[in-house]
Design a protein. Structure first.
Length: 392
């Protein structure tokens, strides 16, 4: 299967297919030195969701609120070729799916990639609406992508939905970062955590030791409650970064669903308690409209900073970034090239925001300035505590 897009002019995908994509991650999946794409779809492939005249068997909702496996597929597209010049282009091929069928058909809202075990290959986290999320160990070789699902371990006091890969929550966003400063990647996941509506929990998966992926097991435990990160409303995208320049991680989240005059949480709760056959039918769902109906429309975007004791506290109000717009996505970048991390928030039904970092302390930082054309050098990621390296 070949997918090709001409970036400078006409574009094409052969054969044409209808996807309902909510998330895309970029990474060198198979370790050949070229960027590959991971495309995660939400509604079933082929469903023309935005076509008011469509009458299709694919136009369905999830079959469960906690274990739905009838969503859109995940597609891994491997880099095939590219050229620059006046008419740049890139071509990707799709090999047979490297994911198990049930894993591939969750209702995915967000993805993130990160090399967890230091072998140079990025692992993949799928944040699935209607649970469970998936953490996939990358076992690929050049040209042959392959992922193995790994799951957490339930301890004596661990609730069932607080085990990685076995939850029933509503995964909305995911980001990798070092939450506890031990040098090993941790994982933060946004869920719906409205105290009066759906009292679930965000996830703060902390690594337990340095070798976290062993024999199909993911050595991650959720510490969202003890870290002060369990509740933030109807959360969506999440990003982690060092905004203060002190080597510690901060967290920003996008929150809110629909803003209006009348609270419609009771209708949503009533729907959630119906049987799965009715839940599966789009016509059974409420017709929420902005301006009239409200579901978590007053949530304010949090900005979590880490305290000396390791816990996090929301300081968005003190920073003046606690807007109550209905937001969806967040992007981080050092826009001014001054070593201070800025961010933008994508809002729905109103203008989006850009927040410029104006902190006064000028901490040392590492930046890159490219002075020569790329020469085909592929970098390798060290294991936690190891030394970086590169190979020609």
């Amino acid at each position: 299967m070949e997918h090709q897009r001409r970036l400078g002019g006409r574009r094409g995908v052969a054969p044409y297919r209808t996807w309902n994509t909510n998330a895309v991650s970029v990474g060198d999946v198979d370790g050949d030195g070229h960027p590959d794409l991971i495309v995660a779809n939400y509604f079933p492939d082929g469903a023309r969701v935005l076509d008011p005249h469509a009458r299709q068997s694919e136009l369905v909702m999830q079959r469960s609120m906690s274990a739905a496996y009838n969503g859109g597929r995940k597609h891994v597209l491997l880099w095939r070729s590219a050229r620059g010049g006046a008419r740049p282009s890139a071509a990707y091929t799709e090999p047979p799916s490297p994911l198990p069928d049930r894993t591939s058909k969750g209702w995915t809202l967000a993805t993130a990639v990160q090399d967890i075990d230091g072998d140079g290959l990025p692992e993949l986290y799928l944040a699935n609406d209607f649970g469970p999320d998936r953490l996939l160990h990358n076992r690929s070789t050049p040209g042959h992508p392959r992922f193995e699902e790994v799951k957490g371990v339930r301890h004596f006091t661990t609730p069932k939905s607080k085990v990685l890969g076995r939850d029933s929550f509503k995964g909305m966003g995911v980001a990798f970062g070092d939450l506890d400063g031990d040098g090993v990647p941790d994982i933060f996941v946004s869920n719906i955590t409205q105290e009066y509506g759906l009292l679930e929990s965000n996830f703060a998966w902390l690594s337990q030791g340095r070798r976290v992926l062993q024999g199909g097991t993911a050595r991650y435990d959720d510490h969202s409650e003890s870290l002060g990160l369990s509740r933030s409303g109807w959360a969506w995208d999440v990003k982690m970064g060092d905004f203060a320049g002190d080597g510690r991680t901060e967290i920003v989240q996008a929150t809110g669903f629909v803003k209006g005059r009348v609270n419609r949480w009771p209708q949503l709760q009533e729907l959630a308690m119906t049987n799965d056959d009715l839940l599966n039918r789009p016509g059974a769902w409420p017709d929420f409209r902005p301006g009239r109906d409200d579901v978590s429309g007053g949530d304010r975007d949090p900005f979590f900073a880490r305290l000396p004791d390791g816990r996090f506290v929301d300081i968005a109000g003190r920073l003046g970034v606690d807007d109550d717009s209905v937001s969806r996505g967040i992007a981080l970048a050092d826009v001014q090239h001054d070593g201070r991390l800025d961010y933008a928030v994508a809002n729905q039904w109103r203008r989006s925001f850009f927040y410029r970092n104006v902190r006064t302390n000028r901490s040392p930082y590492l930046g890159l300035r490219l002075v020569r054309p790329a020469g085909g050098c592929a970098a390798s990621t060290p294991a936690p505590g190891g030394a970086p390296g590169a190979r020609p």
